[in-house]
Design a protein around this ligand. Structure first.
Ligand SMILES: [Zn+2]
Length: 285
């Protein structure tokens, strides 16, 4: 699943390419991916252009005008692929091979711009969505998002306050988008490993140092992942053919049954909060 660093990367890449290009054609191959009545969706977007691209948590927000926004959420397996002559920008889900013969069988929605460049929304498992909203609905939607972990609002005190009333395990806490927006399975595991905290630890049992470490490592790991254009697997290639290379820095995620990079004991994989969770029983308390 694409998380904050992967969405931030594709958002920044698309902003360079897409903005202010006139949308001349929209094809919807799978109507359920569009969460509006289709005729209105098409009518409101055709001949318009995206003026800005923003991100909140893992949600992408394309601004058409001050009262019209296209929300795109990639969820588990969504991908956005932009194509123009000689240039391909791809972002999102990367566990599977990207199909660059576009539109492909998992392309559910795509836009063609006046200069013939195209933006494809692919989604193998079809949990992602596109939705047009006005400013009021956008604001309502954004109310459901927790603090942005890389914003100035996410202070150590803020994390302490958030932890106060949330009695559950720390992994579930980190994954809760209404508490902190943008962290998913990869980065939750990495943050907890770096902080030497066992994922099943109850939040009320964390000491001051552990909380401070979780705070520092959240910022540090997400920032580094953005710097390296996210974590991508297999054949995923992004704009200009570059691979997201944070994969090379993963300390625990997808290392089950391999020796811990710190202590050499074997990395275990267990289920926490419904998600496969990699951890070191020796390093993480
Ligand atoms: Zn270890």
């Amino acid at each position: 699943m694409p998380e904050l660093p992967e969405i931030e990367t594709i958002k920044n890449d698309l902003a360079v390419k897409l903005l202010n290009k006139k949308i001349v054609q929209i094809k919807v191959n799978l109507p359920k991916i569009v969460k509006n009545p289709l005729a209105g969706f098409l009518k409101k977007l055709i001949n318009e252009s995206f003026k800005k691209v923003n991100r909140r948590g893992k949600l992408m927000i394309f601004e058409i005008n001050k009262d019209l926004f296209l929300l795109i959420h990639l969820r588990m397996t969504g991908q956005l692929i932009y194509q123009e002559k000689g240039v391909v920008i791809a972002g999102g889900h990367s566990d599977t091979k990207l199909d660059f013969s576009l539109p492909g069988k998992h392309t559910h929605l795509y836009f063609t711009f006046a200069d013939k460049s195209q933006l494809f929304f692919n989604d193998l498992r079809q949990f992602g969505y596109a939705k047009l909203v006005d400013k009021k609905e956008l604001d309502q939607t954004l109310l459901r998002f927790g603090v942005e972990p890389l914003s100035a609002d996410f202070t150590l005190q803020k994390l302490k306050d958030l932890l106060k009333n949330k009695k559950r395990n720390i992994k579930a806490f980190l994954l809760d988008q209404q508490v902190i927006a943008g962290i998913g399975n990869i980065y939750a595991d990495e943050i907890l490993f770096a902080s030497k905290v066992f994922p099943l630890r109850r939040t009320e049992t964390l000491n001051a140092k552990e909380i401070a470490d979780i705070h520092t490592n959240t910022k540090k790991i997400l920032q580094k992942a953005i710097k390296y254009r996210g974590t991508t697997f297999n054949n995923y290639v992004d704009s200009e053919g570059k691979k997201g290379s944070f994969l090379n820095f993963l300390q625990v995620y997808q290392r089950a049954n391999k020796p811990c990079l710190k202590c050499k004991s074997i990395i275990k994989k267990i289920k926490v909060a419904g998600r496969g969770t990699s951890l070191c029983q020796k390093c993480q308390k």
